[in-house]
Design a protein around this ligand. Structure first.
Ligand code: UN1
Length: 505
């Protein structure tokens, strides 16, 4: 069954993780195993790219950019449309592969591919709307305008938890904007990356644009470092931990490059006395345990009005206890495994720290006695000031805290380093408007009566503070992938200077 799946995705012949316009036969990097986190077994071996391979890939990418930037944007959109069609045809298989390699449940695996398709559709429309402004000039017979030009080859670094959707956020936009790109996926998910690259290669070959999309699977310390230092890449888009993002920000800024960072979250949900509790509990459950707590949008802190906290805790304990945890392939399972052994250990350490810092484990947190990396979700009574509550632990741990006034709840919510997503459950218009106002949530995403995770692609995605400030996917996120040019055009025979400056000879 597994072999059939790999066969259908064209993966039986390629075990190399390096592709420019064609696959590199003998990449020089180390060999890694792709593992199924539900069993701990190896799925396949992949040879990674070395720094030399990276150089070769990037040279081709630079060449491809020179050609691609001349292709009219709507024609570039047509190529992205075809990628969307190809993804529709492989949605089920690619979704299964995502499940196999990440351990997320099947509907989430397929949902990721749907997100890629949505992103392609969005980018196709955008390819006819890369609009600039025209601006009134203060000088007679002059006009001003802004235009948006392609930027150059873009470096795309993605994480294991959304191994394909986050690539598409970047790739679909970068492509219609006229950029080539080099993708460094997480070494935890090499097979999905290779499968995507194969799909894209078919479309690129049919459209004579080979080399626009390329892949370099490699380690952070060689391929990753080469990429962020590379002055040929004007933009590095990186998704991952705050620590990784700090390194990227520092190195890219030193060479005056642009970085688009989508880093850690420490997201909170506030539950007020007027909340629809049934709705809130459903929203909290998906946000807390969906993807086994391994989304950057996972809710990590629950801030509940003191009048409700005992009820909410009791109800959540029951929901956690009745949650079906198991093989993500099986119908009805809602929570699969963590990605690897290290993730299980990190979760255990965080729970230990929480207890040492005065927290109380109200439910769960144990490793399940079965192969793979399965854990119970944990519910922990905590206080806002506990150091561990300020950290993002990539696991299903939900810290519950109580509040008395909405000002206090918002203060608790904003009182962490990260600023990705936030939500309030309330039926009180004033509370909701306060939460969304300038003195409300300080996050890049603020929701009312829905949880913190599961954003649509139409909105710009990203967060403030330690989350990095980048915006990807919808709205006007495309502007990060282009360079803005301000043009002043004079159709008079005079040369008047701005601000009335005289410089007559
Ligand atoms: C991430 O975890 O890196 O909003 C992104 C969500 C997803 C994206 C998560 N669409 O939960």
């Amino acid at each position: 069954m597994f072999d059939d799946l790999l066969g259908r995705l064209g993966l039986e012949s390629v075990n190399s993780g390096a592709c420019h316009s064609s696959w590199i036969d003998h990449p020089g990097g180390e060999t890694i195993s792709s593992r199924n986190p539900a069993t701990g077994e190896s799925l396949a071996q992949v040879i990674m790219a070395s720094t030399d391979d990276y150089q070769q890939i990037t040279e081709r990418s630079c060449d491809a950019f020179l050609k691609w930037r001349q292709v009219p944007a709507p024609k570039r959109g047509e190529v992205v449309r075809q990628i969307g069609v190809a993804l529709r045809e492989r949605k089920r298989d690619l979704g299964l592969l995502v499940t196999l390699e990440t351990g997320k449940i099947r509907s989430e695996g397929e949902g990721e591919v749907q997100e890629m398709i949505d992103m392609c559709d969005f980018a196709v429309g955008l390819s006819r709307q890369l609009h600039g402004l025209t601006i009134a000039s203060e000088r007679p017979l002059h006009r001003m305008m802004e235009q948006w030009h392609p930027l150059g080859p873009v470096g795309i670094i993605t994480a294991f938890n959304f191994p394909v959707a986050v690539w598409s956020w970047n790739a679909a936009l970068a492509a219609v904007c006229g950029n080539s790109m080099i993708w460094k996926p997480s070494p935890e998910t090499p097979l999905t990356a290779i499968a995507v690259q194969k799909i894209v290669n078919e479309v690129a070959a049919a459209n004579d644009c080979e080399g626009v999309f390329s892949l370099a699977i490699g380690e952070a310390h060689d391929v990753g470092e080469s990429m962020i230092r590379d002055t040929r890449l004007p933009l590095i888009s990186a998704t991952g931990s705050c620590r990784m993002g700090e390194r990227v920000a520092e190195v890219v800024a030193r060479r005056m490059g642009r970085s688009l960072l989508e880093l850690g979250g420490n997201n909170a949900i506030i539950v007020t006395p007027t909340a629809d509790l049934e709705l809130a509990l459903r929203g909290i459950l998906f946000a807390a345990v969906g993807t086994a707590g391994q989304r950057c949008t996972t809710v990590r802190r629950l801030i509940v009005h003191e009048s409700l906290i005992e009820t909410v805790i009791e109800r959540l304990k029951r929901s956690f206890a009745s949650l079906r945890i198991g093989d993500p392939w099986d119908d009805g399972v809602l929570m699969g495994p963590l990605i690897n052994e290290r993730a299980v250990e990190t979760m255990q350490q965080a729970l230990k720290a929480a207890e040492e810092q005065g927290g109380k484990i109200l439910y769960g947190g144990k490793r399940l006695p079965r192969p793979g990396y399965f854990v119970e979700p944990a519910l922990v009574r905590a206080e806002p000031g506990m150091p561990i509550v300020g950290e993002e632990t990539f696991a299903p741990i939900l810290y519950v805290m109580s509040y008395a006034t909405l000002d206090e709840a918002i203060r608790i919510q904003n009182g962490v380093a990260q600023g990705l997503t936030s939500a309030i459950f309330t039926n009180d218009l004033r509370e909701s408007e306060h939460f969304l106002s300038a003195d409300g949530s300080d996050c890049g995403i603020a929701n009312v009566n829905i949880g913190t995770s599961g954003a649509e692609i139409g909105g710009a995605f990203g967060g403030e503070k330690a989350t990095g400030g980048g915006r990807e996917a919808g709205s006007d996120a495309w502007k990060t992938y282009m360079r803005r040019q301000t043009c002043t055009i004079n159709r008079s025979a005079d040369l008047p200077l701005a601000q009335g400056v005289k410089f007559d000879t």
